[in-house]
Design a protein around this ligand. Structure first.
Ligand SMILES: Cc1cc2nc3c(=O)[nH]c(=O)nc-3n(C[C@H](O)[C@H](O)[C@H](O)COP(=O)(O)OP(=O)(O)OC[C@H]3O[C@@H](n4cnc5c(N)ncnc54)[C@H](O)[C@@H]3O)c2cc1C
Length: 451
């Protein structure tokens, strides 16, 4: 482990424990309590009801955090409670740049409590255990609380069972030794350490089948790790095992980067659907051949986060099997069978026969948050909302010296048949102006959440 990685991890954990101590951000206490506060349990009331109607938001990532602030701005009469397991916000967007030290840890991490106090919502750091929709109640490790409206923004889970069936030992070994680092947690620190300690050899990355979180980001990650290997003169080689038959989106831009910048560092393998993974012997069997590795970034298929399953929001295919994603009304984002429960961000399921799923991107989660906050504010005021559609914009860095990005934009409209239509524009020409836009984009996004 390099010193700066160790330091980053230490400060992340230190910040975490400091904030954990302040777990429930409540209004200032006037005086010391008469009796000691003893540990709460799931059966206690977490926050008693006041006179206000209440919105509970599950998940304080890119969707949930935005929704909390927007709701307070649009509907100040509502009580807003944000529940999140992590003590500190960690951004997955921009984290590929952090992996190779283009930005530092403080650029990705943010405090929850200051912003919750500024906008007047409650932040509670706790594990959400269950959602009892029939009782309009959320159960957490620190107690339960009821809601008038619920917003679920649980992100994604890794469906290791698609690879390992019931073999939990293999799944846990994969998670621990070859983490995907695709959810906001300490896996990112383990990955960074592994890359910076890499002595040379074969690094394999598996790309999950669509729909997946941030489809262009694994290619960005490969480019930046290859750049690091090249710059540090590490004899490392990356094999990208893609489930798809080609690179998408911004395929041309990434292919050019692979060929022109990283010919000796990256081999791209399409149609490499994973058949078998052996984390103990560092081997993987795919439809495109067998591979051995020294280290790997093993991305199992993505699904809506566990909480979306626990809340009973997952849709069913015509054959009765779970789709893996929350079944929402495509225009209004509430559950098809429960108008008071909204799902936003990556967990959102099928929305259009033309393009199936919105890109699972922080930008879309930001837009969903604003849209759903408006819907709830309208309904709280006794009005029926009119639908609003998101957009999406994504910048990807392909080399860090000089810094050059490519980009992709998505726009949406509803056609005459009432179907949401997507238009996609790839910007394949890598150039520094897009890097400036990339950092401007991130600044605006952070401002929305923490400003
Ligand atoms: C490497 C990488 C690069 C990316 N780059 C970009 C980019 O450039 N642009 C872009 O737009 N998007 C990007 N993304 C995608 C972006 O991170 C996601 O689309 C976005 O985070 C989705 O927001 P969300 O709210 O749905 O989920 P998340 O942001 O993951 O938030 C979910 C939250 O719910 C919490 N949670 C879940 N279950 C529980 C529970 N039971 N109890 C308590 N808390 C719980 C989690 O801790 C988490 O904080 C990238 C992702 C990765 C991994």
């Amino acid at each position: 482990m390099t010193d700066d990685v160790q330091d980053s991890r230490r400060s992340f954990l230190k910040a975490g424990s400091a904030l954990a101590a302040a777990a429930v951000a409540a209004p200032a206490l006037a005086q010391a309590p008469a009796a000691p506060f003893l540990a709460t349990s799931a059966s206690d009331v977490l926050i008693p009801r006041g006179g206000q109607r209440r919105v509970v938001i599950c998940g304080g990532g890119w969707g949930g955090l935005n929704a909390a602030k927007q709701l307070r701005l649009l509907a100040p009469d509502l009580e807003v409670v944000l529940l999140e397991r992590n003590p500190v916000f960690f951004s997955c967007p921009m984290s590929n740049k952090w992996l190779v030290d283009v930005v530092d840890t403080s650029y990705l991490t943010h405090e929850y409590l200051a912003v919750s106090e500024k906008y007047g919502y409650r932040f509670v750091q706790t594990e959400i255990l269950a959602v009892e929709r029939d009782r309009k109640r959320v159960v957490t490790a620190a107690g339960h609380l009821d809601y008038d409206w619920l917003i679920l923004s649980p992100g994604i889970r890794y469906a290791y069972e698609a690879w390992f069936g019931n073999d939990r030992r293999a799944a846990e070994a994969t998670r621990a030794r070859f983490p995907a680092a695709y959810v906001p947690n300490a896996e990112h620190f383990r990955l960074k350490q592994a890359i910076h300690d890499f002595q040379g050899g074969e690094l394999v990355m598996t790309l999950p089948p669509p729909p997946q979180r941030c489809p262009p980001s694994p290619y960005e990650r490969a480019c930046l790790i290859a750049w690091l290997f090249k710059t540090k003169k590490i004899k490392g080689h990356i094999t990208l095992l893609d489930h798809k038959d080609g690179i998408r989106p911004i395929g041309y831009g990434f292919r050019q980067a692979f060929e022109e910048l990283y010919k000796d560092q990256i081999t791209y393998v399409p149609n490499a659907q994973v058949k078998e993974v052996d984390p103990f012997n560092k081997a993987i069997r795919t439809a495109a051949g067998d591979f051995r590795f020294d280290h790997a970034i093993l991305m199992a298929p993505h699904q809506a986060g566990d909480l979306a399953w626990k809340a009973g929001t997952i849709g069913r295919n015509p054959d009765g099997k779970p789709t893996g994603w929350s079944a929402v009304d495509p225009l209004y984002l509430h559950l098809k069978d429960d108008k008071d429960v909204y799902v936003i961000g990556d967990a959102v399921g099928f929305v259009s026969p033309q393009f199936a799923f919105y890109p699972k991107a922080g930008h879309v989660a930001n837009r969903h948050a604003k849209i759903v906050a408006r819907y709830i504010a309208e309904r709280a005021a006794g009005r029926e909302p009119k639908y609003i559609l998101p957009d999406n914009l994504c910048y990807m860095m392909v080399t860090a010296d000089p810094q050059l990005d490519i980009a992709v934009q998505f726009d949406y409209k509803v056609d005459d048949r009432g179907i949401i239509i997507q238009a996609q524009i790839d910007d394949n020409e890598r150039r520094p102006e897009l890097v400036a836009e990339d950092f401007g984009w991130a600044r605006n996004m952070y401002q929305d959440m923490f400003g």
